[in-house]
Design a protein around this ligand. Sequence first.
Ligand SMILES: Nc1nc2c(ncn2[C@@H]2O[C@H](COP(=O)(O)OP(=O)(O)OP(=O)(O)O)[C@@H](O)[C@H]2O)c(=O)[nH]1
Ligand SMILES: [Mg+2]
Length: 398
Amino acid sequence: MADSNFIDYVKILCRSGKGGAGSRHFYRAKYVPKGGPDGGDGGRGGHIILKGNKNMWTLLPLKYRRHIFAGNGQSGSGGRSFGKDGDDVTVEVPCGTVVFDAETGDYLCEVTDDGQEVKLLKGGRGGLGNWHFKSATNRTPRYAQPGEPAIEKSVILELKLLADVGLVGFPNAGKSTLLSSLSAARPKIADYPFTTMEPQLGIVSYRDNRSFVMADIPGIIEGASEGKGLGLRFLRHIERNAVLLFLVPADADDICGEYEVLLRELERFNPQLMDKHRILAVSKSDMLDDELMEEIATQLPDDVPHLFISAVTGYGLTELKDLLWKAITDDSNRIEDMPITHRPLDGHHRVREEDEFIFENASADTEDEEELYDYEDEEGYSDDDYMWDEDIDENDIK
Ligand SMILES: Nc1nc2c(ncn2[C@@H]2O[C@H](COP(=O)(O)OP(=O)(O)OP(=O)(O)O)[C@@H](O)[C@H]2O)c(=O)[nH]1
Ligand SMILES: [Mg+2]
């Protein structure tokens, strides 16, 4: 996974620009005695701005950009000259990026639309020059304001893909096969579990040149909310889908039971997912005959629309697309009307392979503390060497 190009999590240190200092200057010219204060204001520090870009699919461009610093504002100068504002830094991110504070895990902001700009960190204001402070009682103000300091923050950017339909199912349910037969996406398909290791998007074309986006996420297994399998790490990619399509293979022992397990894991991850429109599809139906289908249909839960499909033969796919389209365009399923609360990241989420230093801090136990004291002095002798010397002395005395 380390070589993968799909990056949905990055941690970056951001710093806005500090404001330039105001100037403390007095006008001087020949034959103009006591020209008065004329120090200009300092410039504003640069902001850090996030901008949505619909052509970006992952956070990969940010993976190797661990620091983002905006320019500092310049100081003001004599003649009421303003200092130059610091350069803003605009960081392009894919639509659906959510920003969290890396220290506290709190939700900060999100970018959902193409071209939308969100000010992540504000640059410091420039200080006022001394000419602002002249008054009848103080005609020679010898002070000016300093600029506001920069703000530094370590942030975590998480991508939550924006798709209309999210595929939910156990490993090997045929999710990737369905995506590849409905769209031009070519995810890897194989008959072993966890073939799909990262989310895939595909554009499904529908009648009259209309289309919708379908997301294939890695399989979920019972106990995923406790970290089993690939865990629930990828479930956030279906948080914003309008419709969830549950896939249970026809050869499953207990179709109803599998559906319940999936539902339970989803609920544990985020109870708001339960408000989403659900459709249950029994995949690999080419293995069933009509009689079996009727029998299975009687056992399926009544509270969710269901249908039989086969991604291999194409059976039921047109009905599936009709059903999905109807659900997506239904006003009650509009994503905008179902705002999702981005829960703060907990410590568990934040301890990820990518953040080695957080990991070290989290696991600092007594053993590590001992190591801290195990220092070497200038001559290259460590603590242990001195101990050894002492041992010898003690033996000699005996
Ligand atoms: N007979 C039949 N086999 C299918 C069908 N769809 C998928 N399969 C087979 O089921 C196996 C698993 O398919 P995948 O599409 O890789 O399953 P997946 O749900 O993406 O699995 P993971 O990525 O591991 O979670 C493959 O061997 C497919 O050939 C189908 O409609 N009919
Ligand atoms: Mg797959």
